[in-house]
Ligand binder design. Structure first.
Ligand SMILES: Cc1ncc(COP(=O)(O)O)c(C=O)c1O
Length: 467
């Protein structure tokens, strides 16, 4: 058959570049030293009147972009909380692009709608969350929290006889929002986007691991007379520690108009591993949960779930319809802030079907074991102090007598692995996060050896700023 449309040639180019890139992930320098000016110079910034053929555009694009691509899907990228892409999830993601479905409504793509339904059920099952909760497939944990908090707003304000979707927030009986002092920045952003304001949220002090203190939450709640939205967290971004959900849920349950939301971007996956489930005990008692798939489930960006126990609260908060666009229970966009949308549940379905229950548990457990290994190897160095208990997949550490930013820059320049900086208890520190399916014990040792070598090199007066 001919290739009149050009599909074959174009997709072959994309496929062969992708294969080369993926095959290089384990060996190439992880970080990239290129700056924005160099990247701009590499990409022709003149919009042509008539462009070159597609295959040529892809070849040129690959050549221009490659120096600016971070090997963040590879086995020694330990920055932020970044998953790679399981081969099956990447394959499914390609198929999603090829099929190019608009997953807004059932009639636009019955396939996408039903995959969402099934993948949603599997996620609830794996995470031990209530049967029948609504699952909206969104771009990331931030957007998941936006959807969940919108549902909470709908329910709490609605219970006071106010239709917030119709009448807005001005003059509404707005609930008081309570967050832990270590709530993730994106949780605060979700509150901002929904009109709650970042500064108005009442902050509850945390313990040494960054977990909301239930005793202090009790005191805070005693000062709040009306409806309340409590935002708790599974997986503090530096320590992986989770809030004490059972104690928090007891306090929330004791109130009449109260909603408990959990930002579990990566930490909620602890519930899928029998060995780690105790870390999030009681989390199933919440009203809503935000959880990423592009982090620990190793599905390509961007993919996350907004999960809400009260299906009606989510769909009422998310849905507007038009005469030509009626929304019903089967329509995925009835549970998400977006209307037209990618069929992003397909790679999630593919990942879960391949891994199965045991595979997900193993992925979570393996990353935790590797994080523990990293912490032990780092702590063996006399100048390195590990600052967290490494209960999950996060290692927080600090080199004694060295500028943390200098060490991070040296590691990033070196390219063996990638780690980033943070602040912990008012002082700079480094984070080593293990979230990639392909990371091995050898990768961890290679990374920690290089990090500690660089600690030595930077500590040595003979080689300032080395290497
Ligand atoms: C606890 C927590 N919440 C939210 C987020 C934001 O997730 P996303 O970037 O997928 O929106 C992160 C990212 O690391 C996180 O750790």
């Amino acid at each position: 058959m001919g290739d009149e449309t050009g599909w074959n040639e174009t997709l072959d180019r994309a496929s062969s570049w992708s294969r080369r890139w993926l095959a290089s992930l384990g060996d190439r320098p992880v970080g990239v030293p290129v700056d924005a000016a160099e990247m701009r110079a590499r990409l022709d910034d003149r919009l042509p009147a008539q462009g070159p053929p597609p295959a040529q555009v892809l070849d040129e694009l690959a050549a221009a972009l490659e120096p600016g691509l971070v090997a963040s899907g590879g086995p020694r990228y330990f920055g932020f909380v970044t998953g790679g892409a399981l081969p099956v999830a990447l394959g499914a993601d390609w198929m999603v692009s090829a099929a190019d479905q608009d997953a807004a409504t059932f009639v636009m793509s019955p396939a996408a709608a039903v995959v969402e339904e099934i993948a949603g059920r599997w996620v609830l099952d794996l995470l031990g969350l209530p049967d029948g909760a609504a699952v909206g497939f969104v771009t990331g944990a931030q957007m998941a929290s936006v959807a969940c908090v919108a549902a909470a707003r709908r329910a709490l304000v609605g219970a006071q006889g106010w239709d917030v979707e119709r009448d807005g927030l001005a003059g509404a009986p707005v609930p008081t929002v309570v967050v832990g002092e270590h709530a993730h920045a994106t949780m605060i952003q979700a509150l901002r986007l929904l009109g709650f304001g970042s500064a108005r949220a009442v902050r509850v002090p945390v313990d040494v691991h960054g977990r909301m203190r239930a005793d202090r939450l009790r005191e805070v709640l005693a000062t709040i007379p009306g409806p309340v939205l409590v935002c708790a967290q599974a997986g503090q971004v530096n320590t992986g520690a989770s809030d004490p959900f059972d104690e928090i849920a007891d306090l929330v349950d004791a109130r009449e108009h109260a909603w408990l939301h959990v930002d579990g971007a990566f930490g909620l996956w602890a519930a899928a591993a029998p060995t780690r489930r105790h870390l999030v005990a009681g989390v199933e008692r919440a009203d809503s949960w935000a959880v990423d798939a592009h982090k620990w489930l190793n599905v390509p960006y961007d993919a996350a779930m907004a999960i809400v126990r009260d299906r009606g609260a989510l769909t009422e908060a998310m849905t507007t319809s038009a005469a030509y666009l009626p929304f019903g229970e089967l329509d995925p966009a009835a549970r998400t802030p977006e209307n037209s949308r990618r069929a992003r549940a397909v790679p999630i379905y593919a990942a879960l079907r391949t891994l199965g229950r045991d595979g997900v548990a193993d992925l979570v457990e393996r990353c935790c074991v590797l994080a523990r290994q990293a912490s032990e190897e780092l702590a063996r160095h006399p100048r390195v102090e590990v600052l967290d208990d490494v209960v999950l997949n996060q290692v927080l550490f600090r080199p004694d007598g060295l500028d943390v930013a200098d060490l991070a820059a040296a590691v990033q320049r070196d390219g063996t692995c990638w780690i980033g900086t943070t602040a912990w208890q008012g002082r700079p520190a480094l984070r080593f996060s293990v979230s990639n399916w392909s990371t091995t014990a050898a990768d961890v040792t290679r990374a920690t050896t290089r990090i500690t070598d660089l600690v030595d090199a930077l500590s040595s007066p003979a080689s300032p700023g080395a290497p």
